[in-house]
Ligand binder design. Structure first.
Ligand code: C5P
Length: 256
C-alpha cells in the first residue's frame, strides 16, 4: 500500500514547493490537485465557455469529464545551462491537457481570475476528485514514455490542494495544513513574480496582496469543499520557515 500524505493550505503558503521537495527525498510521487482545476479552467476558456457564468456550468462539467489531464513530475531536472548555480534544481511538474503542454499557460492571471467558477462547480469537483483518488491509489496511466503519475518504485504519494485531507483522501496516513499570514504569503508571491518577470516595475505589491486575499476568501467561503483544516491534520505555520525547513519538518513527521 502507498503511504498517502495530504498537504492543504491557502494560496502561496509554500505547499507545492515543499510537497515536491518532500516527494523527491521520500521517493514519493507528487500530485498537484490545483493544476487539475487550472487545466479545466484553461479547457473551458479555450472553448469560449465562461467559468464564472452559471449558464456554462454543465458544459464545463462535461468538458472536465472528457478532457485528458496528464501530470508528470521530473524529480531531478538538469540544471539550467546558462546559470552557474550549483544549487540542485527543484523538481518540475509538467501539465498536459489533451496532449498539449500547458505547464505555463495554466499559471496565467487569466486562469487564476476564472478558477473560482471551476472550483465551485460540484460536477467538476466530482470528476476531478475521482481522478485524484485513482492517482493516489496507484492507478497507472502512460502518455508516450511518461508516466501519469505513480512510478512503480514509489513508496507513497504526496497530494497538495485545498480539500485533500477533508474530501479527497480522508483516510490519508498523514495530513498537514500549511498556513502563514496573508502578508507573508503575498511577499513570497511578489518575489516569485519579480524573479520570473522581465519588467519588474510592473509588479505591484498591493495588487498581489489584494488578489491573494480575494482567492483566500473564495477558497475559505466556497459552499462545496471549502479550504479547511481536517480535524486530524497537523498545523504547520510557515511564517518563519524556508521551503527547505518546511520539507525537513514534513519528512520528519512522515518518518516518525
Ligand atoms: O494550488 P493552486 O493555487 O494551483 O490552486 C488553484 C485553485 O484551484 C485554488 O485557488 C482553488 O480554488 C482550486 N483548488 C481546489 N481544490 C483543490 C486544489 C485547488 O478547489 N484541491
Amino acid at each position: 500500500n502507498l503511504f498517502q500524505l495530504a498537504i492543504d493550505g491557502p494560496a502561496a503558503s509554500g505547499k507545492s514547493s515543499t510537497a515536491r521537495i518532500a516527494a523527491q527525498r521520500l521517493k514519493f510521487e507528487y500530485i498537484d490537485s490545483g493544476a487539475m482545476y487550472r487545466a479545466v479552467t484553461l479547457a473551458a476558456l479555450r472553448q469560449n465557455l465562461s467559468p464564472l457564468s452559471l449558464d456554462d456550468a454543465s458544459k464545463i462539467s462535461q468538458l472536465a469529464a472528457t478532457s485528458h489531464i496528464f501530470i508528470h513530475t521530473i524529480f531531478n531536472p538538469p540544471p539550467i545551462a546558462h546559470t552557474s548555480s550549483s544549487k540542485p534544481s527543484l523538481p518540475q511538474t509538467l501539465v498536459y491537457l489533451n496532449g498539449d503542454d500547458v505547464t505555463h499557460d495554466i499559471r496565467s492571471p487569466e486562469i487564476t481570475k476564472n478558477i473560482s467558477g471551476i472550483a465551485s462547480n460540484p460536477d467538476v469537483r466530482r470528476v476531478l476528485v475521482e481522478k485524484q483518488r485513482a492517482f493516489a491509489n496507484g492507478i497507472y496511466d502512460y502518455e508516450g514514455d511518461k508516466l501519469n503519475t505513480i512510478r512503480k518504485s514509489s513508496k507513497g504519494v504526496v497530494m497538495d490542494g485545498r480539500d485533500v485531507g477533508t474530501v479527497v483522501l480522508p483516510n490519508a496516513d498523514l495530513k498537514i495544513f500549511v498556513t502563514a499570514p496573508a502578508r507573508i504569503r503575498a511577499i513570497r508571491r511578489f518575489k516569485e513574480l519579480q524573479q520570473s518577470s522581465t519588467n519588474k516595475s510592473l509588479i505591484d505589491f498591493n495588487k498581489v496582496l489584494e488578489d491573494l486575499e480575494k482567492r483566500d476568501k473564495n477558497d475559505y467561503e466556497r459552499k462545496i469543499s471549502p479550504l479547511k483544516k481536517a480535524d486530524d491534520a497537523i498545523l504547520l505555520d510557515t511564517r518563519d520557515m524556508s521551503v527547505m525547513e518546511q520539507a525537513d519538518k514534513i519528512i520528519e513527521l512522515v518518518l516518525e
